[in-house]
Design a protein around this ligand. Structure first.
Ligand code: CU
Length: 491
């Protein structure tokens, strides 16, 4: 029965892709169109104020504005402390951090810390709404290995629109291990936020409300820069890749076929680097790569085409122009992460999740008042995800996981690190060993969901409570109609 369903799902997807394709999807490309004339924008590092107890306090102001995304054309955009995207936040493991998230938009939003281990009430999910004009003040202690994480709104039904308009930024966590790699921000440690866009002829961003996956653009912005180039001055550069797109997946590589070293998956460093030439990231996923450069050369970071419906098309992403004299850095060698891999305990509980054509999880659409799963805090479980629908992916809040197997086969070497978001190909079964954070709260749920933002907005999301182990049977399975939705205050 299962294999029949999978076969049927695969057949349907092929049919839809070929219909949707009809020349359009497959021909999408910007290759040959770019001249690489704009210096890549590097989002500024957010400057915290240090409170008496050492807490790093950051102010993030969400606002509307206009931005020259395409040369000579102004687009209506959203941004954080600016008109498009937000600053990069950098903090170290052990740091106490706090935020003033000011909503100067004319509408409600939220700000979610994707990849962060923190109490549910600080998570910035659909329940932590920030009304227009209000300020939300989350705070927590960073307690997880170094990683490239990010922040973006998570208002139910509006996530796609808010992220697409520009509300997103990178959040870098450092520890002793991450210092084995280049760390000079903007010099040899470069953030790359990749987003695809559809533009009207007068330069406004437009969303696709019709397609199966949501917006799949034909133009690319990197850190908000169109037609970008980057000058590098170091023999070895670490790039932090963030797929900040609504639906598109990228197969990263270089047009000259050069290899690079993958050093981190979403939620942390690998045990050792893996040399590779192509790397796929679906929406919300991150990776860190280290690339070697020779004096005076040029290289083009590119996305190659795939056949998953969300990755059709060829794109040049960034031209890298290498200086004639380079700072030599120590080659990456040996052990990177000293954090033990996530291991499933014997008799680890297994939960099953079924993704379907109607963008449902276990035959249900998201309900803000329904708790779908109750998980003992601090435990490690196996989550088995079976995809009978389109291409989807799966993100779990306040957790890190390791891919146990994909269709019963061990994952490739490059996808054995710590992750929080994973691509689930149509017709596949992916098993994850999930290590949950240890912040029990019987009242406020965390989310798990597809990170194709249209799917998420349409309800491809579930809610789980983390509770004190042993109290699972007493936990509530419904939430009061309106609570915990007014946790902000007027300034
Ligand atoms: Cu999906």
């Amino acid at each position: 029965m299962k294999s029949y369903n999978r076969f049927f799902a695969l057949l349907m997807t092929l049919l839809i892709i070929s219909l949707a394709g009809c020349g359009k999807e497959e021909d999408v490309t910007n290759v040959g169109k770019l001249e690489f004339t704009q210096a890549l924008n590097i989002p500024p590092l957010a400057e915290p104020t240090i409170e008496a107890d050492g807490t790093k306090n950051f102010t993030l102001t969400m606002q509307a504005g206009t931005t020259e995304l395409l040369p000579g054309k102004m687009s209506d955009t959203f941004g954080i402390n600016g008109t498009y995207l937000g600053p990069t936040i950098r903090a170290s493991r052990g740091d106490k951090v706090s935020f003033n998230v000011v909503n100067n938009l004319e509408e409600t939003s939220t700000l979610h810390w994707h990849g962060m281990r923190l109490p549910a009430v600080m998570d910035g999910g659909p329940h932590q709404m920030i009304e227009a004009g209000e300020t939300w003040t989350p705070h927590w202690t960073i307690d997880q290995p170094s990683a490239t994480t990010w922040y973006h709104p998570h208002l139910h039904g509006k996530t796609a629109q808010h992220v697409y308009k520009g509300l997103a930024g990178m959040f870098i966590i450092e520890d002793e291990d991450s210092k084995k790699l280049p760390t000079s921000y903007g010099v040899d440690d470069i953030p790359l936020i990749i987003q695809d866009k559809l533009f009207t002829s007068d330069g406004q961003m437009k969303e696709d409300k019709e397609g199966i996956f949501g917006t799949l653009g034909d133009e690319i912005l990197v850190n908000g820069t169109y037609d970008p180039y980057l000058e590098v001055t170091s023999s070895q550069v670490r790039f932090r890749l963030l797929n900040g797109s609504n639906a598109r997946a990228y197969h990263f590589g270089f047009t000259d076929g050069r290899s690079f070293k993958l050093v981190a998956n979403d939620a942390g460093l690998l045990q050792e680097s893996v040399t590779m030439e192509r790397l796929m990231l679906s929406p919300g996923e991150r990776a860190e790569i280290v690339v070697d450069f020779k004096p005076g050369e040029e290289a083009i970071l590119h996305s190659f085409s795939g056949n998953n419906g969300i990755d059709n098309g060829e794109f040049d992403l960034l031209k890298i122009v290498v200086a004639s004299e380079l700072t030599e850095t120590i080659p990456i060698d040996g052990q990177l992460s000293t954090v033990p891999p996530i291991v499933a305990p014997k008799d680890a509980p297994v939960r099953q999740f079924k993704l379907t054509m109607e963008n449902k999880i276990n035959d249900k659409l998201m309900d803000m008042n329904r708790i779908d799963e109750i998980v003992p805090a601090g435990t490690t479980e196996i989550w088995e995800i079976n995809n009978f629908g389109w291409s989807h992916n799966f993100h779990i809040h306040n957790a890190a996981f390791r891919i146990l197997d994909i269709n019963d086969k061990e994952p490739s070497e490059y996808e054995r690190g710590r992750k929080d978001t994973v691509f689930i190909p149509n017709g596949s079964k992916v098993r994850l060993v999930v290590e949950f954070g240890n912040y029990p709260d019987p009242h406020v749920p965390y989310m798990y969901h597809c990170h194709l933002l249209r799917h998420e907005d349409e309800g491809m999301m579930g809610q789980f409570l983390l509770v004190e182990p042993g109290t699972e049977s007493q936990a509530q399975t419904t939430l009061p109609q309106k609570d915990n939705e007014h946790n902000t205050h007027h300034e």
